[in-house]
Design a binder for this molecule. Structure first.
Ligand code: KG4
Ligand code: ZN
Length: 339
């Protein structure tokens, strides 16, 4: 079966061609057009701007994905589509494009939850993942822990009460004068940081449940920066690196502690991470070490498959193939995991 995956939930416009052969997924192409330069100028995503850009990009991106896979639209068997959560204008670009292709060429559509797509990025390189699996989804909008009992059977254990991990990185980087997205910047800077200089709170680390909260961390960093300024201390390169490391340590400690607690409680065979923040080397390393200590196999997608892309949407549809008539599909910006 050959799938065309379409992803337009936030600032990326992506299309991928993925083939499923038995249980193996073969990625033929994965084209990702980012409107990042546009958002860097405005310091964050302006939804209207993102959607306007995506209207221009969606058809060329699909065409490029087909060309790279040496296929025509007629050759695909089905369309895998992100229908939520995300920005309504952005989601609509993908939804309307998919519906049109479905209507004109009579191709089935499999609607996919963007967050489930993130999790399934893991299956592209790892068909051997065993259930039950625990997935930590860490992106700009979500910090969720979910259990997968089998393909399509997904239960939410807990999520963020306020800011997501990626959102915290983005806001803290902005406070340090850096453009959106801040996660990669914090990740880079942290490597040069002095671990002894700053210590920020690790929100809810001992709460005993699977809730997350990162807005307090942002406030703690803001206070520290204000303090330094009051004392006429320069926010120089080393200070930025030190703050970045303390921020990263706080976020990674909470994520690792709660993930491993859930892994033990639910006796899982595999731990998976996904979402944009899963590109963080520090998080990947820390979770890998913790999983190994508990004899649990740890999986992570390759870096390009961590941030938003069409391949992960196609991968989810390949393992949860449930087509829905195009007339019944609507974008759902508030879509979440069910408890
Ligand atoms: O999954 P994603 O591409 O989009 C959403 O669905 O939100 O995630 C974007 C988030 C941003 O907050 C960005 O700062 C963060 O992922 N991110 C990172 C890294 N690369 C992207 N965070 C930490 N380290 C990275 N290397
Ligand atoms: Zn995402």
């Amino acid at each position: 079966m050959v799938l065309l995956g379409i992803e337009t939930s936030c600032d990326e416009t992506s299309a991928a061609i993925l083939e499923k052969k038995d249980d193996r997924l073969i990625l033929k192409s994965n084209i990702i057009a980012s409107s990042l330069p546009l958002h860097t100028k405005t310091g964050g995503i302006i939804p209207e701007n993102a959607a306007r850009e995506q209207v221009k990009l969606i058809l060329p991106v699909i065409q490029e994905a087909l060309t790279e896979a040496k296929m025509k639209l007629e050759d695909i068997d089905a369309i895998a589509l992100t229908y939520g959560p995300g920005l309504i204008g952005s989601l609509l670009v993908g939804v309307e494009t998919a519906k049109t292709i479905s209507f004109v060429l009579n191709k089935p559509i499999v609607p996919i939850n963007h967050m489930v797509g993130h999790i399934y990025a893991n299956w592209i390189d790892h068909p051997e993942i065993e259930f039950p699996a625990l997935a930590l989804v860490v992106s700009g909008g979500h910090t969720d822990l979910v259990i997968l009992k089998k393909h399509g059977e997904i239960h939410l254990l807990g999520g963020t009460r306020d800011d997501a991990a990626g959102e915290a990185f983005d806001k803290i980087a902005r406070l340090l004068g850096q453009p959106y997205p801040g996660g990669p910047f914090i990740d880079q800077q942290a490597k040069k940081g002095n671990p002894k200089r700053f210590h920020f709170p690790k929100p809810l680390i001992g709460s005993g449940d699977y809730q997350f909260s990162f807005s307090g961390l942002k406030t703690a960093v803001l206070r520290e920066v204000q303090n330094l300024k009051k004392q006429n201390e320069q926010i120089d390169e080393q200070t930025i690196a030190d703050i970045s490391l303390a921020t990263q340590t706080a976020v990674v400690s909470v994520l690792v502690k709660k993930t491993m607690k859930a892994a033990q409680e639910y006796n899982v065979k595999s731990v998976l991470i996904s979402g944009g923040v899963a590109a963080s080397q520090a998080l990947r390393d820390a979770l890998e070490t913790a999983a190994k200590q508990n004899s649990i196999v740890f999986y992570t997608p390759s870096r390009t498959l961590c941030t938003d892309n069409g391949a992960m949407i196609a991968a989810a549809a390949a393992h949860m193939y449930k087509p829905v008539p195009w007339e019944d599909i609507t974008a759902n910006p508030e879509l979440y995991f069910t408890k």
